[in-house]
Design a protein around this ligand. Structure first.
Ligand code: AMP
Length: 397
């Protein structure tokens, strides 16, 4: 089957056409600056990558450009839209309504819309993407794959905030967690790699990218995760603060004369390692800055790695044991320094990193020593492939 995977943001649309039999990417690309002006970058594998500026006043037009790019006689990948057997959509927030992926129907669309409150920037864009695909590919089965679904197995003690319970009852304020597709994909692969039945395995998945989250996976199920009601919680990230004392918000508001909205924006866009270092949100720049003696780059890296390490300890305690750790996403896959510092001095927990093996970048590799009780692996994530797999499974039923 050929599956088109769509990841729609408010002004962007990423796509991959995947052959589900071979799991190979046939073509991929990105529409940017939708509603502003518009730019398409497309590559059919084995052919030249190209970028064109094209007016994209809305997502409907962007989807039309994507399909035209796929159909192009010279640079495209298919001869007819009939070759697209299914479309898998990444949806950010499924609230408590979706504990798994689902075939999209009118009822499902309404239920996703009801979750808009929980992800006001993302879910409406996801819905626009679905509607645009439905308009151009009527009759093609579509599947919604939720970032939050994998975490719906968390016990109430892990997802409940200690605030008046009525806010959970009235507004469903609780921990949801994100990056679920990645945590699910990587934990399944990690169990295969260590040769254990996932049902008997306790794992910690560290998804460290521009957005970062860590999940405790016990018996194949998410039992705790660092992100919360929104992706702002947990680890410090590229530009997000992660966990802070909530009283800081009122304090800054008073001192700087800012509104809650302005401070939330600062916590999302101007904080994290970017705000700390004053240099960059990109860990490559922080590495370079630290090597040049920039102490705030050193501090940003230290704060990040210390936070990762604390969650590893916390989640081992939460699960009452630990068999394996996976590092994934841009930083987890490519940054030996972060992996080393996040696991330093954890020998007492049976975690020992092999410094030479840890130099690996972007490849599936065991980076713990042979005597390490807990196996530590780099496991590249592939959210698009995970979405394609889910899509095929659901439309083949
Ligand atoms: P992501 O959001 O998963 O794309 O991750 C972005 C982060 O990963 C950035 O901070 C980068 O520094 C880091 N990253 C991505 N690719 C590489 C690479 N090839 N080498 C080093 N760091 C990388």
């Amino acid at each position: 089957m050929k599956v088109l995977v769509i990841n729609c943001g408010s002004s962007s649309l990423k796509y991959q056409l995947i052959d589900s039999d071979t799991e190979a990417v046939i073509a991929k690309g990105l529409c940017e600056r939708i509603t502003i002006d518009g730019r398409l970058t497309h590559q059919t594998m084995g052919k030249e990558k190209y970028t064109v500026d094209a007016a994209m006043p809305d997502h409907n037009v962007a989807v039309k450009y994507v399909l035209d790019a796929l159909l192009d006689k010279e640079t495209g990948a298919i001869e007819s839209l009939d070759e697209i057997d299914a479309v898998g959509h990444r949806i950010v927030h499924g609230g408590e309504k979706f504990a798994e992926s689902t075939v999209i129907s009118d009822e499902v669309m309404s239920a996703i819309e009801e979750c808009n409150d929980l992800a006001p920037l993302h879910n409406p864009a996801n819905l626009i993407g679905i509607r645009a695909c439905q308009a151009h590919m009527p009759g093609v089965p579509m599947v919604a794959v939720f970032d939050t679904a994998f975490h719906q197995t968390m016990p109430d003690r892990a997802y409940t905030y200690a605030i008046p319970y009525e806010y959970y009852e009235k507004y469903k304020i609780r921990r949801y967690g994100f990056h679920g597709t990645s945590h699910s994909f990587v934990s399944k692969r990690l169990a295969e790699l260590i040769g254990k039945d996932i049902k008997d395995t306790k794992m910690i998945v560290c998804h460290l990218g521009n957005g970062s989250s860590i999940t405790a996976v016990d018996g194949g199920k998410s039992v705790d995760t660092t992100m919360g009601l929104t992706p702002l919680a947990g680890l410090p990230m590229g530009t997000r603060s992660g966990d802070i004392d909530p009283a800081i918000i009122e304090f800054i508001a008073g001192k700087e004369g800012k509104s809650i909205e302005e401070i939330t924006n600062i916590l999302n866009k101007k904080s994290g390692v970017s705000g700390l270092s004053g240099v960059s949100s990109d860990f490559r720049d922080l590495d370079a800055g630290m090597k040049d003696g920039n102490d705030r780059c050193r501090l940003a890296l230290d704060v990040f790695c210390y936070s990762v390490k604390k969650y590893i300890g916390a989640y081992a305690a939460a699960m009452g044991g630990l068999d394996a750790i996976a590092f994934t996403a841009g930083i987890g896959e490519n940054n030996p320094y972060v992996r080393k510092m996040s696991t330093a001095d954890l020998g007492f927990m049976g975690i020992d990193i092999d410094e030479a093996k840890n130099e690996i970048r972007g490849e599936e590799t065991k980076i713990s020593t042979d005597s390490s009780k807990v196996q530590v692996w780099v496991v590249p994530t592939n959210e698009e492939l995970a979405i394609a797999r889910e899509t095929v499974e659901l439309v083949s039923k």
